[in-house]
Design a protein. Structure first.
Length: 139
């Protein structure tokens, strides 16, 4: 079962953080159709937020067709966001972990690592607009 974590410094509304974490878990194959999300009561107890915030997140996910609420039973995943790229995740995760270790060894603190990653990610996105590999410009 997914465990939510909220970052009060992120500038992202708590309900959106929950929505993003569910979407991410669906993309990574950590949640599948039929899986039950934590109850509102459990989320409130774990991350100390207002129950209406959790309900708002779950309603957003339901509106997107990703979950369905069953009265008195819980909220269940109805769709997934995984695709054929799921098989590539583990090798890429290992490469990213190695890169993160090198960044830490180079003396970067977590905020600097995140800033470097984010700026590089955005720059690459702006350059390629996520074009398929066959249509990307070659160096």
């Amino acid at each position: 079962m997914i465990e939510f974590h909220l970052d009060g410094r992120s500038g992202v509304a708590p309900y959106l953080q929950i929505v993003q974490q569910v979407r991410q878990a669906l993309r990574l194959g950590l949640l599948s159709a039929g899986d039950r999300l934590p109850t509102v009561k459990d989320v409130v107890a774990k991350v100390a937020i207002n129950p209406n915030t959790v309900l708002k997140a779950y309603r957003e996910l339901e509106y997107e067709g990703l979950v369905v609420a069953r009265q008195g039973v819980g909220t269940f995943v109805t769709a997934t966001l995984t695709d054929d790229s799921l098989a590539a995740h583990e090798p890429l995760r290992k490469e990213l972990a190695a890169w993160l270790e090198r960044a830490q060894d180079a003396g970067l603190d977590p905020e600097s690592i995140e800033a470097l990653f984010t700026s590089t990610f955005r720059s690459l996105y702006e350059e390629t607009r996520w074009a398929p590999p066959s249509s990307r410009p070659t160096a």
